[in-house]
Design a protein around this ligand. Structure first.
Ligand SMILES: Cc1cc2nc3c(=O)[nH]c(=O)nc-3n(C[C@H](O)[C@H](O)[C@H](O)COP(=O)(O)OP(=O)(O)OC[C@H]3O[C@@H](n4cnc5c(N)ncnc54)[C@H](O)[C@@H]3O)c2cc1C
Ligand SMILES: *[C@@H]1O[C@H](CO)[C@@H](O)[C@H](O)[C@H]1NC(C)=O
Ligand SMILES: *[C@@H]1O[C@H](CO)[C@@H](O)[C@H](O)[C@H]1NC(C)=O
Length: 416
């Protein structure tokens, strides 16, 4: 089986790992000229931990642990309250032992596949055109001018995949806006920084947070919910605009936000990895067409609110590779695509559910609202430090918090 994968983020290289194990021949094209080191902490939770165990990469992932001790809220004078220490075991707190930077995880998967004789990576390369997609094969022209044929093409080039637009009609892709914007960047660490995830809810629906990383720097995340329609359009315009427009808007709206806002804004212009986004989900009516299938954020981006973008991509890669490994010689891949979608879609839909009040609760507008948030956070934090109560609570609220949220099917091709 000859497979072309577009995009070497998280989904692409994890799919390549399992397909190579099943004996397929894989080419991955990646638009960037080198693996992107970008991204903040992601938590490998639930069944995705079983996926990394199957890959034998648990130790690699623990080696790159973000070093975070837990999460705590910060009041307007910079004093911490409501700590949630990182915990082992079943309860999902904010920080887990499988916390790793997105860029480090992408590198772990890339390193684990790049020397496999059946896997090739072509950086600085994209699929320029899909020439045909029929009963026999999928034929593409690459940006390097070569025309190639494959048995299937996997689109794992992220939430804003251009190739998805070319291969699927617009009405089959729904973008669901979550009315929140986020900006991320990395800043130098200073002596007063600590190893907690520090979260500061400024008023006016603005949140600022700082997290440590294992590379001696600090990761900034700023999120904001717009206050009215005019304001919303201003943020959308920035999201579509260039980096300077985005920086200017952040400066305008966070200069007086309190805590360390000024320090963060001062370092924004020199940040190597500035990234700005509107938080939006992708929902497709069907993930495949003929011999082409979408995987990961391309098919079902859930937004960082869920903390599940990475586990969804990894579990999806495992099931897709597993179903493909069951095909008999010459069988059309759409058979595997359909069974993958039948098995996996219910879990995806459950994961994409975000209670409509969640973004709003996390972004207090008034002092009274912030008081409510801090009271709830303190109460929860107290409970979490009482193990028996924490476990009972975990059972009550568990879905994504239990070890096996999505029961992984077993595939003969992946068992040693
Ligand atoms: C730079 C970056 C930073 C991120 N930071 C965070 C974060 O801080 N927190 C979080 O929860 N999630 C973050 N994400 C999203 C997170 O990686 C995904 O939710 C999840 O891991 C699923 O990954 P994916 O492989 O489906 O998509 P992605 O991780 O988005 O990977 C897509 C890959 O495709 C490549 N690509 C794009 N266009 C093309 C093209 N035309 N041809 C070939 N390749 C292409 C991209 O360069 C990228 O390497 C980030 C994604 C990126 C790309
Ligand atoms: C990947 O391999 C490179 C080169 O061998 C190494 O420098 C890097 O630390 C590795 N990264 C990870 C995440 O394993
Ligand atoms: C909308 O919000 C912005 C930002 O706070 C404010 O400047 C503006 O006056 C508001 N407009 C209306 C119509 O309320």
């Amino acid at each position: 089986m000859r497979v072309l994968i577009s995009g070497a983020g998280i989904a692409g290289p994890s799919l390549a790992w399992f397909l190579a194990k099943a004996g397929a021949r894989i080419t991955t094209v990646e638009k960037a000229h080198a693996l992107l080191p970008h991204g903040q902490s992601v938590d490998i939770q639930g069944s995705a931990r079983k996926v990394v165990k199957k890959m034998g990469l648990v130790d690699e992932i623990l080696r790159f642990h973000t070093t975070e001790k837990g999460a705590q809220f910060i009041d307007s004078k910079g004093r911490p309250f409501a700590p949630f220490p990182a915990q082992k075991g079943t309860l999902k707190t904010f920080t887990s032992e499988f916390e790793i930077l997105r860029g480090d995880l992408a590198a772990v998967f890339y390193n684990a596949t790049k020397d496999h004789p059946n896997v090739d990576y072509l950086f600085g390369t994209t699929v320029k055109e899909v020439i045909s997609n029929d009963n026999e094969a999928v034929k593409v022209e690459l940006s390097n001018g070569k025309v190639e044929t494959y048995d299937l093409l996997v689109l794992s080039d992220g939430q804003w995949s251009k190739l998805r637009e070319k291969c699927f009609p617009p009405e089959s892709v729904k973008v669901v806006d979550k009315d929140t914007f986020a900006a991320y960047w990395t800043i130098p660490r200073i002596a007063s920084d600590n190893d907690w995830w520090n979260i500061y809810a400024a008023l006016g629906r603005r949140v600022v947070s700082l997290r440590p990383d294992p590379h001696g720097t600090i990761r900034v995340t700023i999120t904001r919910m717009p206050l009215n329609e005019t304001h919303r359009q201003e943020w959308f315009t920035a999201a579509r605009g260039d980096r300077r427009t985005q920086e200017a808007l952040l400066r305008k709206e966070f200069t007086n936000a309190g805590w360390q806002s000024q320090r963060l804004l001062d370092s924004i212009a020199t940040a190597p990895d500035f990234y700005f986004q509107a938080m939006q989900q992708i929902k497709m009516s069907k993930w495949s067409t003929g011999r082409i299938i979408c995987l990961g954020d391309t098919a079902y981006a859930p937004t960082p609110f869920t903390g599940m973008g990475t586990p969804l991509a990894m579990n999806g890669a495992y099931v897709l590779a597993g179903e493909l490994s069951k095909l008999k010689d010459g069988e059309h891949p759409s058979k595997a695509f359909d069974s993958y979608e039948t098995i996996y879609r219910p879990f995806v839909e459950k994961t994409q559910y975000i209670p409509s009040y969640l973004p709003w609760i996390l972004h207090p507008d008034s002092a009274a609202h912030r008081f409510l948030l801090s009271t709830v956070a303190s109460a929860l934090s107290g409970i979490v430090r009482t193990p028996w109560l924490a476990n009972r609570l975990a059972k009550m609220v568990s879905d994504a918090s239990v070890d096996e949220d999505f029961p992984l099917p077993e595939y003969a091709a992946f068992e040693d």
